[in-house]
Design a protein around this ligand. Structure first.
Ligand SMILES: Cc1ncc(COP(=O)(O)O)c(C=O)c1O
Length: 435
């Protein structure tokens, strides 16, 4: 008789259990304080102002240890501005890991630049530092680093390469709010960072994003690109809102150089201020819960939590998108997809296999003619063709078969976590049923 639910056996995590334990997973945590903040913005009709956003920016910058922060309508916009600020333009190139969400790199195409995709490291799932340097050419302006699923990328090696070649480093910290790299927060390690703060993220405040940097020039360029209200000109401009001092930028004051209106709405900023008050303590609990889950899963031969070693000085912040390495060889060749289907059938609905699909093989980076020039944008302005076909970045291309998703526990309850681990163990021990 089969034991696994996928084959008709009893389900491990019943709907009643899920209902009884649902608070362990509820994220983001919104309280009356968040609601009051939203109501206050609404009642004062301050959605389009910048006073609350500026307070939020200051508080977030202080928390992560950056000199400047700038609020955005979403993370995509923050990365777009960061690229422009770093000088990415027509005919240039950026380097970006192939396995990430598209917004890590698509702005390059909008700017007329090409994306030279690098492979990812099979352990960290972040850009492989050994696959960067040979890609740098005379037109390379920036390396985008994604701290994938909250795991901090190998910044020491990456910064060394970037400095050697005079190339800027843009961190995409959309997955890594609060993640530490050797004791320092991600988002403060490169030249500039962009990050998403949309509802699904670890730091979740609606539809919003943030740029952080220590570099005044990059900050002012970002302001000039999409925050015309802070460039300070015209009879209604307030001097305290003026963030641009560079005369080369000031001469354009009043109209954004990107032709964009990127500011964060203040519902998000107000919720952000409340969320930030509690985020540091909330992620300590998540970190404890998720490390415990990984400790237990690591005891199952063939599974290994995606995380830095405890005590390494690297942490995963709010553990956005928690993952587990899966070794099919240890499971008689059963695929990650089949394994996760079986886990899912046991009642862990969030279990899937794979991560973001590799971008280097997507038609956008081969054929899309964004500028209507009769040829792909990837080769419209540049001096060389950096497009790459299937088989060129083997790690990114093979990850679908080596990764499964984990439930994200935001409260540490040992007994509940143990009961979930037992599901993975049950599937592992009955793997023959899946062959
Ligand atoms: C790695 C990464 N970069 C950028 C973004 C874009 O952020 P947003 O959705 O807020 O525009 C996201 C997420 O959505 C992301 O996961």
């Amino acid at each position: 008789m089969s034991k696994l639910a996928i084959n008709g056996g009893a389900v491990s995590i019943t709907p009643e259990k899920i209902e009884a334990e649902k608070n362990i997973f509820v994220w983001p945590i919104y309280t009356d304080e968040d609601k009051a903040a939203l109501l206050s913005v609404t009642e004062q009709f301050k959605m389009s102002g910048i006073d609350i956003t500026k307070q939020f920016e200051r508080e977030y910058a202080d928390w992560i240890g950056a000199k400047y922060a700038l609020g955005y309508c979403n993370g995509t916009a923050s990365l777009h501005a960061a690229m422009w600020a770093c000088g990415v333009g027509a005919g240039d190139e950026i380097i970006c890991p192939s396995m990430t969400y598209w917004a890590s790199c698509t702005a390059a195409l909008s700017l007329g630049a090409a994306v030279n995709f690098a492979d990812v490291d099979p352990e960290t799932l972040c850009i492989d530092p050994n696959d960067i340097e040979h890609r740098i050419g005379p037109k390379t302006r920036a390396i985008v680093v994604v701290h994938y699923a909250g795991y901090p990328a190998d910044m020491d090696k990456i910064m060394k390469i970037a400095r050697r070649h005079g190339v800027k480093v843009i961190e995409d910290a959309s997955h890594s709010h609060g993640s530490l790299y050797k004791g320092r927060q991600t988002g403060t390690l490169g030249d500039i960072a962009g990050m998403s703060m949309m509802t699904a993220k670890a730091f979740a405040i609606g539809e919003a994003g943030l740029m952080t940097t220590d570099n005044q020039e990059l900050f002012e360029r970002c302001v000039s690109y999409g925050h015309y209200e802070r460039t300070g000109i015209g009879s209604r401009a307030k001097t305290e809102d003026q963030s641009v001092t560079d005369p080369e930028l000031l001469k354009f004051a009043g109209i954004p150089l990107g032709g964009r209106k990127d500011r964060m709405n203040q519902w998000c900023a107000a919720v952000g201020r409340v969320q930030l008050k509690y985020y540091p303590e909330r992620i300590v609990e998540i970190d404890n819960a998720m490390n415990y889950l990984c400790d237990r899963l690591d005891g199952i031969d063939g599974l290994k939590g995606h995380r830095p070693a405890v005590g390494s000085g690297l942490t995963k912040g709010g553990w956005y998108f928690p993952l587990c390495h899966y070794d099919p060889a240890k499971f008689g060749g059963v695929s990650a997809a089949r394994f996760s289907e079986a886990v899912c059938a046991e009642g862990i609905a969030s279990c899937r296999s794979g991560a973001n699909s590799p971008l280097h093989v997507h038609p956008v980076f081969h054929e899309a003619d964004i500028f209507h020039m009769g040829k792909p944008t990837m080769i419209s302005f540049g001096q060389r063709d950096v497009r790459q076909g299937p088989g060129t970045l083997p790690v990114a291309e093979g990850l679908a078969e080596r990764i499964i998703h984990l439930p994200r526990f935001v409260k540490f309850d040992r007994a509940v976590i143990d009961s979930y681990v037992e599901v993975f163990r049950k599937v592992a021990e009955n793997i023959d049923e899946l062959k």
